[in-house]
Design a binder for this molecule. Structure first.
Ligand code: FNR
Length: 399
């Protein structure tokens, strides 16, 4: 029952393979968004609305996808976004994605709610590692997590700021994937009709959110831990609290979940090292602006003081080109590698990265951009510039 990843030609192929392998409740937890999923869909639609304006007759026989992300080299303008509970889709899925990231030469972000610990990832995938922290009300516990990331030599701390409370994800409610996890007749039938997934769970048990063990003394099972996380987000977290984290953390600090240019500007001036334009993949505030639509104003607002990264809806190499052309230093991949891992572990996560790399290279060649530095605003079709100012072309005639 192994999926041949070579037969996946797009991220959508990997998504469908994950859908076939996983119980509906688990697939929907990965795939779904908040409420009407307007923002989830719009993240992808925003990329689709943008059009490229290629340059012709450049020698594109050699393409260089290397770039600098957060002050250090990355083989691709991509990094892995933090995703929790990956082990519910594929046992060891976090390590699988982290190893695929190391092999591809890109940074990997470990989620607070991952099913692998800070130390396990550092041992299994010693590459560029970032640790994502949710703000928990239990401050000593949060401090310990951050100290562990420092001790394990994580390069950066990423604070997610778009989750003061959990989003309303209705697919999860309908599938009884709500918290606490409910073993109802409906989801028992769902599990029973996905034997590949179920046999693993029967053999090894439910995965555990490794970093949150001990968050509540009585929380030992995965379901109890998951439910305790929901109760433990700190909705009172504010600018002063962020400043304290900034002052205490000696390495790079990334803030994830920024859409508003005024917030972006404030972060740039308060000493953050990077920000991620993100709406949590449409899983939090439904109706929030698509990340690609929010990007130009954020880029303008930070005035180049800090790098701007983006996540949400990246499913094609051309999406990466569009984000870079708009001023992002790189993109983070959430579901793309998650779907890959959920259908075939490390081979699937690697396949997701190689599909995106292949598409990126091809798009750069077709656009006439030989390196990531050559990806700029000229590659985006802008009707005002091209349709309303034909005199631009006359310059060449005169030259
Ligand atoms: C996430 N995301 C997320 N973000 C975060 O800061 N901490 C986390 O633990 C998680 N967990 C998580 C689980 C799952 C199943 C998904 C799909 C997403 C959000 C993630 O980091 C990223 O912002 C989005 O996934 C980006 O959108 P795409 O690439 O999935 O469209």
């Amino acid at each position: 029952m192994f999926y041949n990843v070579a037969k996946a030609y797009s991220i959508e192929d990997l998504r469908r393979a994950a859908q076939r392998r996983l119980p509906r409740a688990v697939f929907d937890f990965f795939d779904g968004g908040a409420e009407d999923e307007v923002t989830l869909c719009d993240n992808m639609a925003a990329f689709r609305r943008a059009r490229l304006m290629p340059e012709i007759l450049n020698d594109v026989s050699r393409i260089d996808t290397k770039t600098i992300i957060l002050g250090a080299p990355s083989a691709l303008p991509m990094a892995i976004a933090p995703t929790g509970a990956v082990g519910f889709g594929w046992r060891g899925g976090d390590i699988a994605i982290a190893r695929a990231a190391v092999a591809a030469g890109i940074p990997y972000t470990l989620s607070s709610t991952a099913t692998a610990s800070i130390e396990q990832i550092a041992d299994a995938a010693p590459g560029r590692l970032w640790f994502q922290a949710y703000i928990l009300r239990n401050k000593p516990f949060l401090d310990k997590l951050i100290a562990r990331a420092l001790a394990a030599d994580y390069e950066a701390l990423m604070i997610t700021v778009d989750l003061p409370v959990g989003g309303k994800r209705e697919r999860d409610y309908r599938n009884d994937f709500s918290i606490p996890f409910g073993f109802t007749l409906k989801n028992m039938l769902d599990f029973g009709t996905h034997p590949a997934w179920l046999s693993d769970i029967i053999r090894y048990g439910m995965p555990v959110m490794e970093n949150l063990i001990g968050l509540e003394a009585q929380a030992t099972s995965s379901t109890a831990i998951a439910s305790s996380v929901g109760r433990n987000y700190d909705a009172s977290f504010n600018w002063d609290s962020l400043k304290k984290i900034r002052d205490a953390w000696p390495r790079k600090l990334i803030v994830k979940g920024v859409l508003n240019p005024l917030d972006a500007s404030r972060l740039a001036y308060m000493g953050c090292d990077a920000l991620v334009v993100s709406n949590h993949g449409g899983r939090q505030l439904d109706g929030a602006v698509a990340t690609f639509d929010a990007l130009p104003a954020v880029v303008a607002a930070v005035h180049g003081r800090i790098p701007v990264l983006l996540d949400g809806g990246v499913r094609r190499g051309s999406d990466v080109v569009k984000a870079l052309a708009t001023g992002a230093q790189g993109v983070l991949l959430g579901r793309a590698t998650l779907f890959g891992a959920a259908c075939a572990g490390e081979a699937g996560a690697s396949r997701a990265l190689s599909i995106l790399k292949d598409e990126l290279v091809r798009t750069m060649q077709l656009c006439g951009a030989r390196s990531t530095e050559e990806i700029n605003a000229k590659l985006l079709f802008n009707a005002t510039e091209y349709l309303e100012r034909p005199e631009q072309a006359v310059k060449y005639a005169a030259a």
